[in-house]
Design a protein around this ligand. Structure first.
Ligand code: PBG
Length: 331
């Protein structure tokens, strides 16, 4: 064996923390993290979500404090989800100017300053499942199927209500065909060309949403979402969904869930020329929190490792219930 063997020694660049930082390819910036926030109409106290330790359904007051804390930590965006007191077939609370999300958006828009001055981006989930008595993401036909085109009319109205309440970005998550075009047209018709659309373009019919349905009280009372959410076996379809949403006017696209679909994130990120976001969903959060509570995983290291994995796969923004923890960990 010659004296210098082996000549190529990868370990030279791994020896010290400074060297590792110097050559690191991936970083996570707080400004790329988006914090989902649940707000429960009529709640007097924040309500813990049992399947998501550390996550609560906020009151109108407590969500303002949580938003402030997130902004202080440098979090780049807030995604508001409403849990209404009353649900009906049409999901009337979703576009009511006095509905819970609209009230909260007005509060936060006031606290954070007008768009352009805001230190973070104000976003709202645009869907009907939290608001409908049956828990589906749209209006139903007589036979109980989700009525795509009738639902689009509801989405148009929700988009306008959220825009009037001060949202910067609407995020349609219902996986109806044509939803981005319908929402873009509705916003433009009322002169709100300034409101951006982050489309949940690639959303799989996933078991990882389980804990969210507790948090948002949005479990379908019958059936499932397989007729509109994507089949986990497919990726070609993901590319098609993204192209379609971009043609309809989406400004950003999302892949969801994230961790089990990082191959899809990578493929979409390689294919398109807009920012690609990914959603670290409730089930991912619950798995890690449960294992960490048992002492089976190092929570902070796993949070950092998963956020890094999202960025390495090509996600530019990450929606995560750990946005505040994540922002602090990378600072
Ligand atoms: C639908 C919506 C869902 C999530 C975000 N928006 C649930 C669903 O499609 O059933 C899931 C988020 C999560 O699991 O963290 N409004």
């Amino acid at each position: 064996m010659s004296a210098g063997f082996p000549v190529a020694r990868s370990r030279r660049l791994r020896e010290t923390p400074a060297m590792r930082d110097l050559v690191a390819e991936t970083s996570v910036r707080p400004a790329e993290l988006i914090l989902p926030l649940f707000v429960k109409e009529g709640a007097a106290e924040p309500q813990p979500v049992p399947s998501m330790p550390g996550v609560v359904q906020h009151t109108r007051d407590s969500v303002r404090k949580a938003a402030e804390e997130a902004v202080d930590a440098g979090v780049g965006g807030l995604m508001v989800f409403g849990v209404p007191q009353h649900k009906d077939e049409r999901g009337s609370g979703a576009d009511d100017p006095e509905g819970i999300v609209q009230r909260v958006l007005r509060d936060l828009a006031t606290d954070l300053g007008p768009s352009g001055v805001r230190p973070t981006v104000l976003m709202a989930d645009l869907c009907l499942d939290e608001y409908t008595s049956h828990g589906h993401c749209g209006l139903l036909t007589d036979t109980g199927a989700v009525d795509n085109d009738a639902t689009l009319e509801r989405y148009r109205s929700i988009a306008v209500a959220q825009a009037r309440a001060g949202v910067d970005v609407v995020a349609p998550s219902g996986m109806m065909d044509g939803q981005v075009a319908a929402i873009r047209a509705a916003l433009d018709e009322v002169g709100r060309q300034d409101v951006a659309i982050l489309s949940y373009a690639v959303k799989y019919a996933s078991a990882f949403y389980g804990p969210f349905r507790d948090a948002a009280e949005a479990e379908p009372s019958f059936g499932d979402r397989a007729s509109h959410q994507m089949d986990p076996r497919n990726t070609v379809e993901a590319v098609r969904e993204v192209r379609q949403d971009l043609a309809e006017g989406a400004d950003m696209v999302m892949v969801k869930p994230g961790l089990a679909y990082l191959d899809v994130v990578a493929r979409v990120a390689d294919t398109v020329d807009v920012p690609v976001s990914a959603y670290q969903v409730s089930g991912e959060y619950a798995m890690v929190e449960a294992a960490a509570a048992n002492g089976w995983l190092d929570r902070d290291r796993v949070i950092l490792e998963t956020l890094t994995a999202y960025r390495r796969a090509g996600a530019r923004q990450i929606l995560t219930y750990w946005a505040v923890d994540g922002a602090r960990l990378v600072r």
